[in-house]
Design a protein around this ligand. Structure first.
Ligand SMILES: *[C@@H]1O[C@H](CO)[C@@H](O)[C@H](O)[C@H]1NC(C)=O
Length: 169
């Protein structure tokens, strides 16, 4: 029954794809976000994680639209509010001008015992992490290039192709 065999093979491959993507969804590494394949709107265009006053960094990065920044902006800005115990209360990320990035650093508000840290960075989707102290609440103007993500993806496609071949043969 070659037809049944093929059906079975197809089912296995689908199961593999589903379980694979489920595993990927369970541990998202936002540092390995794929570079966008859609055409760039203008030379030297870039994207930032963009979210407005969400509860923490995970929920910002998980649901943020990484949209192309307007041409008058050059950097990605992150504003992080947290309690004295270090628990995040608000994360805001957006594209920013050099002017807006003048305010990087941490400020403690004594009356609410909250701390606000602001950081800026330069480069494609560079605002993955949130600033938590004076070490990381800085204006980072180094170009961060990500290449590790694409090689891992190639390896997983190769694995999928070989598994498909084994089932089909
Ligand atoms: C700043 O925060 C980072 C990440 O939370 C931590 O690894 C580092 O040790 C902190 N630095 C200082 C000076 O507290």
């Amino acid at each position: 029954m070659p037809f049944l065999c093929q059906m079975l093979a197809a089912a296995f491959v689908q199961l593999f794809i589903v379980s694979n993507s489920w595993i990927l969804a369970k541990n998202i590494n936002f540092h390995n976000v794929r570079l966008p394949v859609d055409p760039t709107p203008f030379p030297s265009s870039f994207k930032c994680f963009t979210c407005d006053n969400v509860v923490d960094n995970y929920n910002c990065n998980r649901w943020a639209e990484d949209k192309w920044c307007p041409q008058n902006t050059e950097y990605c800005l992150t504003v992080h509010h947290f309690t004295s115990h270090g628990r995040s209360t608000s994360v805001t990320k957006k594209c920013a001008t050099r002017e807006e990035c003048r305010f990087v650093g941490c400020r403690h508000h004594r009356e609410t015992s909250h701390t606000e840290c602001i950081s800026c960075c330069e480069g494609m989707i560079c605002n993955v992490d949130i600033p938590t102290n004076h070490t990381n609440a800085v204006f980072a103007v180094v170009h961060a290039r990500r290449t590790s993500g694409s090689s891992r993806q190639a390896a997983s496609i190769l694995l999928l192709v070989s598994v498909t071949a084994i089932f089909v043969l």
